[in-house]
Ligand binder design. Structure first.
Ligand SMILES: Cc1cc2nc3c(=O)[nH]c(=O)nc-3n(C[C@H](O)[C@H](O)[C@H](O)COP(=O)(O)OP(=O)(O)OC[C@H]3O[C@@H](n4cnc5c(N)ncnc54)[C@H](O)[C@@H]3O)c2cc1C
Ligand code: FES
Length: 402
């Protein structure tokens, strides 16, 4: 028999269990519901976009298709960097440490979308993105200056291949500079959460103590996580962090699997050094800035692009990347950063010639992986999804990333 009062309170379903139940329900109900709403017969009566608008009017977090996340806390990390702690709706599928989300917003009537790495520990109830304000930047400035607690952001599911394997190596280096600390901070939190028994060095470079993002949390983790050696390099007093300094700080660098994120010059220097030294421990890297695209060398006649699995075909016009061309034709290929970094838009080109708009290189090799956001077609092209029939190379994230 149920007793009233405190006991009854205790046996009420906890919020986390109710939330998990809602998530399971949403994941079960949503896909068939969305498919039904996209059916031409149903669409002729009620459009999915109208249903979405009605749901948003009821509650801004409600959506059948979009991950929306409420800002529950904003943390001033440094004078120019803030962390936005987010509570996602039930459609969020989770992330691996190192992955990023695309934040979509409308600013002064203009739709904008930017990638931000998650700095939170995977599996935690709240997500976090940590954003450095760029003085002239559109989205980072808007996030800093206009977004407040209670606002709802639209985000993508987690994307990107910068992540750690389930089987961790015995020695790890997490190396970062500036705002590049965000994805490796998520990795550090993940290692601590997984009770990583190996040996991890976290080496971060920034200008001065006032610029150290996550200063308090790093100090806390360093106090709790015995396997961690935390090294912070301040360039204002110690000079720029060079590969030679890195080698002095981390004498067993050659044996450490490294995950690295930071400014382009920093990562290029570290990569070149490790290549010259012939280190063969793997190094994985993430960049926030893409290589600018070159104009196509030969803006040609329209060519046909066939998407193998869906049977869709479209004709290209001009020389824009295949991702843009496919979207213009009404298709929605999976993508992430749109600047050639994250590999979310990789397809297998089974035949045809493409031009890499970052390098100008032409390639007609069959069955090669291409990134739609930086490739343009130079002949008729057939594309296939990367799947079991067309697997990716097993370990394609290497010194030459992106
Ligand atoms: C995978 C990935 C993960 C990322 N993770 C993070 C992260 O965790 N944290 C983070 O802070 N960033 C991250 N970024 C970078 C982020 O996506 C944005 O590129 C960044 O916030 C700048 O966006 P913005 O809209 O503010 O600047 P934009 O408007 O895109 O401008 C880009 C740059 O041009 C400059 N600029 C723009 N207009 C002018 C002008 N008129 N005159 C002079 N200069 C100008 C801006 O100052 C800025 O430096 C990531 C990027 C990628 C690809
Ligand atoms: S969308 Fe990120 S590599 Fe193309």
């Amino acid at each position: 028999m149920l007793r009233s009062g405190p006991l009854l309170m205790k046996i009420k379903t906890p919020v986390s269990v109710r939330h998990a139940g809602l998530v399971r329900l949403a994941h079960r109900v949503n896909p068939p519901l969305v498919a039904a709403l996209r059916h031409p017969w149903v669409e002729s009566i009620v459009r999915l976009s109208a249903v979405e608008d009605a749901l948003t009017a009821v509650h801004p977090l409600l959506s059948l298709t979009q991950v929306r996340a409420r800002v529950v806390r904003i943390i001033d990390e440094t004078a120019s960097t803030k962390t936005f702690v987010l509570q996602p709706n039930a459609l969020w599928l989770g992330a691996q440490a190192g992955q990023f989300v695309r934040v979509q917003m409308e600013i002064a009537g203009r739709r904008a979308e930017r990638a931000y790495s998650l700095s939170s520990r995977p599996g935690s109830r709240h997500l976090a993105i940590t954003v450095k304000r760029q003085d002239q930047g559109l989205v980072s400035r808007h996030l800093h200056d206009a977004v407040k607690v209670g606002d709802v952001l639209t985000i993508s599911q987690a994307l990107g291949e910068f992540s750690m394997p389930a089987d961790l190596p015995g020695k790890i280096l997490l190396l970062s500079a500036g705002s590049g600390i965000t994805p490796v901070m998520a990795m550090l939190r993940d290692l601590q959460g997984r009770r990583y028994p190996g040996d991890v060095v976290f080496l971060h470079g920034c200008h001065a103590p006032g610029d150290l993002i996550f200063a308090e949390q790093l100090a806390t983790i360093a106090g709790e996580f015995a396997e961690l050696s935390l090294v912070v390099h301040y360039s204002a007093t110690e000079g720029r962090l060079t590969p030679q300094m890195l080698a002095l700080e981390v004498p067993d660098l050659a044996q450490r699997s490294t995950w690295m994120c930071g400014p382009t010059g920093f990562m290029d220097a570290m990569t070149a050094y490790c290549e010259q030294q012939g280190f063969d421990a793997p190094m994985f890297s993430e960049r926030f800035v893409g290589v600018p695209l070159l104009p196509s060398t030969a803006p040609g006649t329209p060519v046909q692009v066939s998407m193998f699995e869906s049977g869709s075909t479209f004709a290209t016009q001009g020389t824009e990347p295949l991702l843009v061309q496919a979207e213009r034709a009404g298709l929605s290929p999976k993508h992430g950063c749109r600047i050639g970094i994250c590999r979310s838009c990789q397809y297998v080109k089974t035949s045809g010639t493409v031009e890499n708009l970052q390098t100008g290189e032409l390639s007609s090799t069959p069955n090669e992986l291409i990134r739609l956001c930086i490739s343009t077609a130079r002949s008729d092209v057939v594309l296939a999804l990367v799947n079991a029939a067309n697997p990716k190379p097993p370990f394609d994230c290497d010194w030459r990333t992106p």
